[in-house]
Structures are given as C-alpha cells and as structure tokens.
Design a protein around this ligand. Sequence first.
Ligand SMILES: Cc1cc2nc3c(=O)[nH]c(=O)nc-3n(C[C@H](O)[C@H](O)[C@H](O)COP(=O)(O)OP(=O)(O)OC[C@H]3O[C@@H](n4cnc5c(N)ncnc54)[C@H](O)[C@@H]3O)c2cc1C
Length: 474
Amino acid sequence: MSTTRRAVLLGTAGLAAAVAIPGVQYARWSMKDFTRDGYDPGLPPAPEGEVAWTNWSGIQQSTPKQIAVPASEADLANALAEARRVRPVGSGHSFTGLVPSEHMIVDASRFSGLISADAATGTATIGAGTRIRQAARELDGAGLALQNLPDVDVQTLAGSFSTSTHGTGRTLQPLHAHIEGFRIMLADGTARDVSAASDPDLFMAGRVSLGALGVITQYTLNCVPTYNLKRRVWVEKLDTLLDQVMDLSQQHRNFEFYYFPFTGYAAGISHDIFEGEVTGRVPDEDEDTLAGLKQLRDVFGWSTWLRERIAAGSLPKGLIEESSDAYWKLLATARPTKFNEMEYHIPLENGLTCLREIIAALESRNDTFFPMEIRITAPDDAWLSPFNDGPRMSIATHAAVDEPYDYFFSALEPIHRAHGGRPHWGKLHSLGKEELISLYPDFQNFLDLRASLDPEGKFLNPHLAHLFGVDFDA
Ligand SMILES: Cc1cc2nc3c(=O)[nH]c(=O)nc-3n(C[C@H](O)[C@H](O)[C@H](O)COP(=O)(O)OP(=O)(O)OC[C@H]3O[C@@H](n4cnc5c(N)ncnc54)[C@H](O)[C@@H]3O)c2cc1C
C-alpha cells in the first residue's frame, strides 16, 4: 500500500501542532512499554550435542539432536531409521508448533527444483522442498504457472500445501487443490507414489497432512499457461469497502483488503488477467505505512478519536497504485517486519458479521496497530482443508513480533469459533481433537490413517499430539 509513512507523519505533526495535547494522558501513554513479557529475539541456547531451531517469528523454538538435510531417498530412509521422533520442516514460516522436535528435524530442501514439465497436459513434477518463488520461476521457463500464490512466496511447496496455504480469489482454490500426485516416505522408510487413483485415502489425507504422515519428496501439479496480471490498490472508507466486498470478490480474479485499525480506512487490492505490455511492479510502501501506523499508536494511542482524525487527514485516498507484470512478481510481497498471526477461515455467509465483531474487539485495545488482512478462497476436497465445505472468508490479525498476542486467544478466537471458523493450521489457534473433530467430517478418517501408517508415532510432537488427542511421551 502506498499510504506513505511520510504522509502519516506529516499528518501527525500537523495535528499535533494544532491541538493542545492533554499533558497527563499523553505523558502516561508515552511511558508505556509495549514489549510482551518474555520476548527474546535470539535463538534458544542449545546444550552440547543439540542444535537450535526457531520458526520465522521466533515463537516456536526447539533444540533437536540433529537437523538432517538428506540429499537422496536413501539418506532420508537412513535418517528416519535413526531417529525415534522426526518432524519435517519447510522454511519455518508456520506460527504453530508443527515443527519443533527434541529428536530430529528433517529439512527436505535438497528435494528441490523442477523435475519435468509438460506444457501440453499442463502438469509438472517438482521437488517438495522447492520454495514457491523458485517453483514459479522454473515453471515460467516451461510456459506454465501456479494458479494462485499466497502473500509471500518464500515457503516451500510441501510446507505450504501441508497447512492449506491459500491466496485470495472467489474462484481460486487453496494451493494444494492442484496436486495431482505426490511421493511420500512413510515412517517405515518405504516410499510411495500417491494419486487419487492409486491410493484414494492417502491422497485425500496427504495433500494437507501437517507433516504427520511422512516426508513428501515431490509433487506432480496441475498448472495453467503462464499469465500476467494488472494490480490495483486503492484506499477508501472501511464501511464503503465492506458494502462492496461481495461484488468486488465476484468482479476480480483476486480481491483482498487490509484494514488499518483505528483509522476507519482500508486498502483494497485487486488483480486481473492482463494481456497488454506490462509496466513492471511499482515498489510498494507497505513498510512505511506500517511504521506510520505504529507511530500513530505510539503517540496518539491514548485517544481513539484523535488517532482516527489524524489518520483520516493523512492517509491518501482513492487509487494509489496501478501496475502490471508476471503473476509471480505481483501476488506475493516481502515481509521484512516480523509479526505473529492468527487467521481463521469463516464460512463466507458469516464472514462480514464475524469481521465486524473482530474489528470491534481489536479496537477495544488501544495498543494494536497492525493491519488486518481479509481474503476469500474457493472450496476443495482434501480431508483437512479448512475450505472443504464451501467458500470461506479468511480473517487475519497480526501483532508486532515483540508485542503481546494473548488477546488473539482470549478476545478474538471465541468470535471466530462462534461463526463456524476453522483455524489456519500454520497460524495461532488453541484447538485440539475435541473441537477439530466437530469441525471436520473426515477428521477421524485422518486420525485412523495416521495411526495405521505411523503406529509408533514417529512423526508426532506435543502440538500434533494435542491436535490428534493422543498421548505423547518424549
Ligand atoms: C510472513 C508470512 C506470510 C504468510 N502468508 C500466508 C498466506 O498468504 N497464506 C497462507 O495461507 N499462509 C501464509 N502464511 C503461513 C505459511 O504459508 C504456512 O504456515 C506454511 O505452512 C509455511 O510453509 P513452510 O515452507 O515455512 O513450512 P513449515 O512452516 O516449515 O512447515 C509447515 C508444515 O509442513 C510440514 N512439512 C514441511 N515440509 C514437509 C515435507 N517435505 N513433507 C511433509 N511435510 C512437510 C511441516 O512438518 C509442518 O507441519 C504466512 C506465514 C508467514 C510467516
């Protein structure tokens, strides 16, 4: 979003000069420390013979005996045979405790790169440890494309598929919906090629598997011919945008929006197929916007009224960005500022009501400032796909990496749940087997298959044991 920090700051400075700030309230607020208890940006100390691992945001940490990076299936089989417990890892971009292990973490990044591509059938076979951006580039070279992307592209294919990672688009399914087949190494060291025809249950379970069924080494994907998009970003009043959301999501191939808390304004983003000469992507100013919103909170968080007035005066309005380029250069962005996140997927018919309640709950806390992201995804049929019973609206809330996020659980999660929400598997939530079994008709099928493929619990850790309702003894 090109709502520049400079614009926000200039507005701030202008208004600060114009109003007499009540000294006591301002002084009390300006002394506030927003850092959450226990925040430590470092790696955990690893005792002798162990190595330190942390996820992207630092809230998941562990000290396994080994992080194995097998170069071949034989290496992978040896690693699986050696370790009592194993957790596969991608690029560590999940916020939940899917990866930590005190025994072994297996990094599949050497199973990487395009193996084959067939432009005539639109299928391609790619290493499961390939990062999304690399996959998109290599497919592009073969005239093929992924149908959609998430908002960052540094995740691995296996990592993103395994948690049902999604982009946005009323007719566009989550990424794993385009898996035609995959190769997986099971707990006993055997490798299986899986497709809907060869192994229907493992196919339904394995596309979104949370890394609980084995280590996936390659995928065969259904792709589309490569394409360009036109990107438009505009800022307008939240209420106006909310009135148009359903129409906008039908009119555009990809539509999403960000709400800037305590401003009353939101930024809509659309992408549509574009066939002319591309302009190239305009550099975005997301980081500047974020810094401006933080500064607004830091200085004026004590007065909701003032904060909203300043934002209304300083945010640019209307169309702020228009550009066209290859899809993989537009749909994903960089996120240098780290955060923690909760995202729930709400049945589309309940989405807007839920969103209004989430915004009200968020804005009852003056210390929040991070934009919220709202997207819509089409259904698919994987057993653990949150989208497998109809289209859903995904509502994501973020907290700065060093600030509290406990209110995600106490204030926001109950609202999401009351509206039939299912959590993103890779983003913060507190659900366990009891809740999940009532949300997913095929959850028990997944549990039964997992128990039959991995009777010793090689791929378990405490988080998965909680999700699956099984005992865990490290
Ligand atoms: C900045 C940021 C932006 C994000 N944007 C989006 C977004 O736009 N949309 C969205 O839906 N999500 C988004 N996410 C969430 C992210 O896409 C998911 O958490 C995803 O799972 C991360 O992929 P990864 O490669 O980092 O996998 P990891 O987090 O390392 O692992 C995820 C899961 O995959 C399993 N796994 C990894 N490799 C294998 C393998 N070879 N075989 C079997 N299992 C394996 C792991 O065991 C784990 O259960 C974002 C996260 C961050 C931090």
